[in-house]
Ligand binder design. Structure first.
Ligand code: TRH
Length: 393
């Protein structure tokens, strides 16, 4: 008869910030959900507290250890020293295959039961992901096995991050025009602009923003574009005729561009919920846009040899098969369809496609929610691995 093995209660998440905010953005969101919805005791090791502070202003950049929102946050420098088995969490996660400290791994090998060791991978809609999700990878010299865990869009992957209350909160927010107005006017948006076509724009520096501004200037009805400070600065500055600082804005033709301060991550959903169209990028804002129930355009994180175009097309194939103008616009936005884009035509075609795209956002939400949320899926998998290894041990 097999002995009882307890559920994992503690989790260490190791995050190296490669650049920007997505690495820590995903880890922070995931940590909070683990703690709030599952009562897991989370230690988040992160090497870049400054990036962390940009999305979570409560973070103190000089502290080696701090507790924020119920999470134990450790500044990950080069901690090469030894760890005792008592310091090792029940589940150990390396985010995007970052190398966790050798001393930590050595201590993992001395634990009974052994911690569940996972490599949490990046999100991709490519088909090979299903074959690699949950694959084991035995350590070459120690009695430890690491498993790959892939988020994804199908039931054979780990699913996407979404919180239990997210849908209820979104519906509540979107059902009350006053809540939306209060949220938007804090950025200086005038009341009469609330009923214009509202766009949020978050992208990488190489997006063809100036060309799109030109198309919007000639739009039949007014467009208001909200841009976080520090994003698309060159094109924004050129449009404004002054520095792209938060609070600055200008109107030319049908287009008003307004710069807002980079807001805390906890408020970012509200911006997506408030707009008619969201331009998002990377991984985390891309996923949040899918939960916002609003049309969105994705600027994918660029990779060498245009590998990202394969990932973009894999997603568009799943998402936009019935909305060809969305595909066309997205491919041009990502320079994946040549450089001779006629932006006024692309924009008008996208506008015509919007009713169909809106329907798709709802269908897609239902489809991917059926796969369960990534945090719950990961914990279920970790429990299975723990039971299995206990039996073998
Ligand atoms: O910032 P990103 O480009 O991040 C990443 C990283 O580059 C990473 O290395 C790469 O692996 C990954 O993309 C694919 O984009 P992302 O993922 O959308 O993360 C942005 C985070 O910033 C997200 O959590 C939302 C948050 N955010 C705010 O908190 N406030 C804001 O005003 C805005 C615009 C975003």
């Amino acid at each position: 008869m097999s002995q009882h093995v307890s559920q994992p209660r503690s989790l260490a998440l190791f995050c190296k910030v490669v650049d920007n905010y997505g690495d820590i953005g995903i880890c922070w969101r995931f940590s909070r959900q683990l703690q709030k919805e599952h009562g897991i005791n989370v230690t988040l090791w992160v090497d870049d507290l400054k990036s962390f502070q940009r999305i979570c202003p409560e973070i103190a950049t000089n502290n080696d250890e701090q507790f924020v929102d119920g999470i134990n946050i450790r500044h990950w420098r080069d901690q090469l020293g030894e760890f005792s088995s008592a310091e090792i969490a029940d589940i150990v996660i390396e985010f995007f295959a970052c190398d966790i400290p050798p001393g930590y791994i050595a201590a993992m090998a001395t634990c009974t039961p052994q911690p569940v060791w996972l490599n949490l991978e990046g999100l991709s809609a490519e088909e090979w992901v299903e074959g690699c999700h949950t694959l084991p990878s035995p350590h070459p010299s120690m009695p430890l096995t690491k498993h790959f865990f892939f988020p994804g869009f199908t039931e054979k992957t780990g699913g996407l991050l979404f919180e239990a209350q997210l849908e209820r909160e979104r519906r509540q927010f979107q059902a009350d025009p006053q809540t939306r107005a209060d949220f938007l006017t804090q950025f200086g948006i005038e009341k009469n602009a609330l009923n214009t076509f509202l766009v949020s724009l978050f992208c990488y520096p190489d997006a063809p923003v100036s060309a799109l501004f030109d198309a919007w200037k000639n739009n039949a009805s007014p467009v208001t574009c909200l841009i976080p400070e520090g994003v698309a600065s060159e094109a924004t500055q050129a449009f404004l005729g002054q520095a792209a600082h938060a609070g600055n804005f200008a109107t030319h033709g049908a287009l008003t561009v307004r710069v807002f301060p980079f807001i805390p991550q906890s408020e970012y959903d509200k911006l997506l919920w408030s707009c008619d169209l969201n331009f998002v990028r990377g991984e985390d804002s891309f996923v949040r846009a899918q939960w916002a129930g609003k049309p969105f355009i994705w600027h994918i994180y660029p990779q060498e040899k245009n590998l990202h175009h394969i990932k973009l097309k894999a997603f568009l194939k799943r998402y936009s098969a019935r909305t060809p103008d969305l595909i066309n616009f997205s491919e041009h936005w990502n320079a994946a369809a040549g450089t001779d884009a006629a932006w006024t035509n692309l924009w008008n075609a996208l506008l015509n496609d919007l009713p169909e795209i809106r329907t798709r956002t709802v269908d897609w939400q239902h489809q991917v929610m059926k796969n369960g949320d990534m945090t719950s899926n990961l914990l279920k998998f970790a429990s299975r691995v723990r039971k299995c290894e206990h039996k073998i041990g």
